[in-house]
Design a protein around this ligand. Structure first.
Ligand SMILES: Cc1cc2nc3c(=O)[nH]c(=O)nc-3n(C[C@H](O)[C@H](O)[C@H](O)COP(=O)(O)O)c2cc1C
Length: 194
């Protein structure tokens, strides 16, 4: 697949097949994240790769319980409010139960933490598409990063004291891989100054 087609046909996957993810494909996606550019070539990113289903279930349970204990407030970011509402209803699995879940962490207070993480996440999403895998950026652990219970569990999984969660990626074979090309008309705005 050429680069532009890969960019155009990358779409978010929110339903994963039971099909096992080959270790070589997982390794290739991780490598794509590791090779992402970073501000000042700081390379301070830390990927925590979770393939243990029990751990994934526990992460979903802890996040659901903590969201359910929160209240939706006026003006709250819509996706956070949705996570709270879904958790209060129960049965909310924020990561869509993928075969692999990659937490992207970076140094607290590092000004390019989020920018570097976004580069790694996009690299991994494009690599996934090139390998016929589905993926989706998952933000709930970023929102719950300072939540004591979530933070304590993430530390058990390898998050370091001086690190913050910038995002995460759910990865695996899609139940049905949507490659409907993104339409140019619905893309981001551009101003040309000629
Ligand atoms: C910064 C960022 C955070 C996102 N967080 C989530 C998320 O937590 N859960 C989710 O299902 N999708 C998440 N997404 C995926 C977007 O909803 C998705 O990219 C957007 O709707 C466009 O659809 P597409 O990816 O199929 O082109 C996120 C995407 C970005 C870039």
């Amino acid at each position: 697949m050429d680069t532009f087609t890969c960019i155009q046909t990358r779409r978010s996957t929110r339903a994963f097949a039971e099909k096992a993810l080959e270790p070589e494909k997982l390794a290739a996606v991780i490598e794509a994240g590791r090779l992402a550019p970073s501000g000042g070539n700081s390379r301070s990113l830390h990927l925590i790769v979770v393939t243990n289903r029990e751990v994934l279930r526990r992460l979903a349970d802890v996040a659901r319980e903590e969201f359910a204990a929160m209240e939706v407030r006026e003006g709250m970011y819509r996706s956070i409010a949705n996570s709270i509402a879904a958790s209060k209803r129960g049965n909310y699995v924020f990561h869509y139960d993928p075969p692999a879940f990659i937490v992207v962490a970076n140094k607290k207070g590092y000004p390019n933490a989020m920018a570097d993480s976004a580069c790694a996440l996009e690299n991994m999403m494009l690599a996934a598409n090139a390998l016929d895998l589905g993926s989706c950026w998952i933000n709930q652990l970023h929102w719950l990063d300072e939540n004591p219970r979530v933070n304590a569990y993430l530390r058990e999984l390898g998050l370091k004291e001086d690190e913050t969660v910038c995002g995460a990626l759910s990865l695996g074979y899609a139940e049905s891989l949507n490659r409907t090309p993104r339409q140019s008309e619905t893309g981001n705005a551009v101003t040309y100054v000629r």
